[in-house]
Design a protein around this ligand. Structure first.
Ligand code: PLP
Length: 411
């Protein structure tokens, strides 16, 4: 593969107005993009233009504004389709985000296909969003929830995964990229092995979509979910990709307007085709349009270049942190995204996070919605620095100095 061009971070930063501010008297350093990425003007303007000039409800009106809104909304669906390389727009269901997408699959495909005694396989590095919906369904249906372990460096333990796969799960639900460990799982290999074992595969792409080129057809996954707000887009919007035949076979979930074909109080209701049968009620129209703009922005900036930049920032950060006495990096798998988690001997992550904040640096502290990782490692939480296209190597150096100062103060 050709090496991507380095990113022009100054030009990129100029497109993110939120970054141009001081926090506690210091220039803001935003190292919390894995929790939520900041928004470029392209997204802010797309939403604002729509709200100023074109807002109306979609799919319902014959009037001009409604048709304009519907066109923009459906164009955004095609942008998601193209971003994921899905084969048709009907394979893209609007959701509120990753959590919502996983719950949709659990409540529709899961309820239809999983019976007492069936098995679902996840891993110990899952975000709570890819644990709790399966636990809830397991309790309701009498399912077994099996867990593949991770190795000390944060890689998936392939032997454990294969052993669990041998038990014959009907569904494998795995994260592509861990939000805490930064591990990039070999999704293609996982999917191939799971399919060979007869399982359907859901990929949690919340941390993959912002940092990797995703090709659902090449991967072969059955379901893929991601969130708009982590891909430089708005909150409250995301998408579920599902293979057409699967979506067609699944029952609807929430009932209401937009998802029906006919409603009769005498004859009952018939439902619309996918994806509309999963989209009850008025959708987040401006969010979908903003997400379309965000994905276009990522393509224009260069997804491979963004990924290479973030990985280089993470590598430099780990190099600097390794020199700090008492430092323990959490997640050092060979294949890592732009996420660096760590703990420092004798210091609570929250205290470090607070002192970094006082120096204008936004990092995440705590369990990052991955309590099973923390329990397995016997730690209360980590400090997590996560990177995006707009972060710079100078920020990494400033962060390193600030961290050393904070550690000295707390030691
Ligand atoms: N899965 C992973 C790996 C995540 O990192 C997150 C959010 O941090 C989620 C799922 C949940 O995403 P959302 O809160 O946008 O639904």
């Amino acid at each position: 593969m050709d090496h991507p061009q380095p990113l022009d971070t100054a030009a990129i930063r100029a497109q993110f107005p939120v970054l141009d501010q001081q926090v506690h008297g210091k220039p803001l350093i935003y190292f919390d993009s894995a929790a939520s990425a900041q928004k470029p003007l392209a997204v802010i303007d797309a939403q604002s233009d729509y709200l100023k000039h074109s807002h109306a409800n979609v799919h319902r009106g014959v009037h001009a504004l409604s048709q304009r809104a519907t066109d923009a909304f459906e164009q955004a669906r095609r942008q998601v389709q193209s971003f994921l390389n899905a084969s048709e727009p009907e394979e893209i269901v609007w959701t509120q985000g990753t959590t919502d997408g996983i719950n949709l699959v659990a409540q529709t495909w899961g309820r239809q296909n999983l019976q007492a005694g069936d098995r679902v396989l996840i891993s110990r590095m899952e975000h709570h969003a890819n644990i709790v919906p399966w636990q809830m369904l397991a309790t309701e249906r009498g399912l077994h929830l099996d867990v593949a372990e991770f190795l000390p460096d944060g890689s998936l333990d392939w032997d454990s995964f294969q052993n669990e796969l041998n038990r014959g799960p009907k569904l494998v639900a795995m994260t592509y990229v861990s939000n805490t460990l930064g591990t990039v799982n070999d999704a293609a290999r996982i999917i191939q092995a799971a399919h060979a074992a007869g399982a359907v595969v859901l990929l949690d792409g919340a941390q993959a979509a912002p940092h990797k080129r995703v090709d659902v057809q090449a991967l072969g996954c059955d379901f893929f979910v991601f969130s708009g707000h982590k891909t430089y887009g708005p909150t409250g919007i995301g998408a579920l990709y599902g293979k057409r035949a699967l979506l067609d076979s699944m029952p609807p979930w929430r009932g209401g307007g937009e998802m029906i074909a006919e409603v009769s109080l005498e004859q009952g209701t018939t439902f619309a085709a996918a994806p509309f049968k999963f989209e009850a009620g008025t959708p987040h129209i401006s969010g979908a349009i903003g997400l379309g703009a965000a994905l276009e922005w990522m393509e224009a900036t260069g997804i491979e270049a963004i990924a290479a930049h973030e990985e280089a920032l993470a590598e430099r950060t780990m190099e600097l942190l390794r020199e700090i006495p008492g430092m323990r990096l959490i997640g050092t798998a060979p294949s890592k995204a732009g996420v660096v988690s760590f703990v420092v001997d004798g210091i609570h992550p929250y205290d470090l996070g607070s002192l970094l904040d006082a120096q204008g640096i936004a990092v995440r502290t705590g369990q990052h919605c991955t309590q099973p990782i923390m329990d397995a490692l016997g730690i209360p939480g980590t400090v997590r620095a996560s990177f995006a296209a707009y972060n710079t190597f100078e920020e990494v150096e400033t962060f390193h100095r600030a961290l050393k100062r904070a550690i000295t103060m707390l030691s």
